[in-house]
Design a protein around this ligand. Structure first.
Ligand code: AMP
Length: 423
């Protein structure tokens, strides 16, 4: 074998691809019911799109981006997340001029040069939504509700929503100072990276996987919110309660991206181990302005499809892969019958999924394959029967011959769940 896929990437093969499509389909259908419209942005963007928005001191920007110069010497980055790009597209295409709130959803690959491990890939896929244009806490709650509704439709019933508020620029200024003082006091317990973070962007210490013990001794932002943020957060909590969406407070949940303001949340699944977040999200009220647009508050989420699939309830996996085979498996036993096999397949495709086996292997081997493909009916075309086709019902285990010109009639009846001649 001469080539192998890059580390941290996956090939998605049948039958797993059916699980992927099922998960994506459930999210798409859920978005539709909430009034979200899909958007697709390029897989690569100018590096600047991510630098300030995600934040230069975040792990994503400082360590994980796939950044390169293209042949024209421009700095290009494979998107590590989609929110910044959606906002770039929102502004560039003048969607902000329509006014009101804009609801968008996306599904697609993202790229982060991270250490590959269970639940962590270098190319992974996110599904997410953004509501742009309103400060109303209704939309924070809708964001949590839309992703929870999709996850519940996928069969999850033991998820935990962790909730926090990281405040706004106003409450963060005094809080950051307080945090710096505390970090200075605990300096000898900080890792090298956090020692630097403490100065540049102290809230990032909460993301650190090494300084877990220190975090408990730091003052949580949610206890230092300004009046506006405290009121907003109280409303988010009361609206969540009003629609029976349970949550757990996590005062130290800050998320690994700088653009978050006010509400932040994660959805946790206990089966995931260390990388236990299926989804993360929150408000980002300053990002649109930071990208050069008018001040426009927004809120969104993003969930990892690989992680969702890795803990997908078995019933959903079964539903997703059932019926992924074919309806009719058409075995062609000799070369002389090839044209008839093609004609029969053409007729049958009006009714269902047909696969022709032209391997010319033994009948036994081809029948075994028909079973593997889940065929309801196997048809055998051979020279010895010049105007009839053998019809083998794989579930009822019965076999008879059908005239070539009655094939359509039989196929129609079979897929309607009837026998030919039945009422
Ligand atoms: P983030 O964009 O970092 O807020 O992450 C949102 C969600 O994307 C996480 O909860 C994960 O489910 C998923 N995710 C993030 N990074 C990775 C990765 N490297 N591999 C797989 N999934 C990821």
């Amino acid at each position: 074998m001469k080539y192998s896929r890059p580390r941290g990437t996956q090939d998605i093969l049948p039958p797993d691809i059916h699980i992927w499509r099922y998960v994506e389909g459930v999210f798409e259908a859920t978005f539709e019911r909430y009034g979200y419209e899909p958007i697709r942005t390029p897989i690569f963007e100018s590096t600047d799109v991510f630098l300030r928005s995600v934040g230069e001191n975040t792990d994503i920007v400082s360590k994980e981006m796939y950044t390169f110069a293209d042949r024209g010497g421009r700095s290009i980055t494979l998107r590590p997340e989609n929110t910044a790009a959606v906002i770039r597209a929102y502004l560039e295409n003048g969607l902000h001029r329509k006014g009101g709130t804009t609801r968008l959803s996306y599904i697609g690959p993202m790229f982060r040069y991270d250490r590959p491990q269970a639940g962590r890939y270098r190319q992974f896929h996110q599904v997410g939504s953004e509501v742009i244009g309103s400060l109303n806490p209704i939309f924070d709650v809708e964001t949590i509700d839309v992703v929870m509704t999709a996850l519940e439709a996928l069969g999850f019933d033991d998820l935990v929503v962790k909730l926090n508020s990281v405040g706004c620029a106003e409450c963060r200024k005094p809080y950051t100072e307080l945090l710096r003082t505390e970090l200075e006091r605990l300096r000898d317990r900080l890792c090298e990276d956090c020692d630097e973070r403490a100065m540049k962007n102290p809230m990032r210490v909460f993301d650190c996987k090494r300084c877990v013990d220190v975090k408990g001794d730091l003052p949580p932002i949610s206890e230092h919110l300004c009046e506006g943020c405290a009121k907003h957060f109280a409303q988010v909590k009361s609206y969540l309660e009003a629609i029976d969406r349970h949550f757990e407070m996590d005062p130290r949940l800050v998320r690994g991206l700088d653009y978050y303001t006010r509400t932040t949340f994660e959805i946790i699944h206990s089966g995931l181990g260390a990388q236990n977040a299926l989804c993360g999200g929150g408000r980002y009220d300053d990002l649109v302005a930071q990208c050069g647009g008018p001040p426009t508050p927004a809120v969104g989420f993003s969930a990892g499809i690989e992680r969702i699939i890795s803990v997908l309830p078995e019933e959903s996996t079964a539903v997703a892969t059932s019926g992924s085979g074919v309806d009719f498996y058409l075995i062609c036993l000799d070369e002389e019958s090839s044209a008839r096999a093609l004609q029969a397949a053409r007729v049958l495709r009006a009714f269902g999924r047909i696969e022709i086996d032209a391997s010319m292997r033994s009948l036994k081997k081809q029948l075994r394959n028909a079973e593997r493909r889940g065929a309801a009916v196997t048809l055998i075309v051979e020279n010895e029967l010049p105007d009839r086709i053998k019809w083998k019902d794989m579930t009822k285990r019965e076999q008879f011959e059908v005239d070539d010109d009655r094939l359509l009639e039989f196929a129609e009846a079979k897929l309607a769940g009837k026998r030919v001649g039945d009422e």
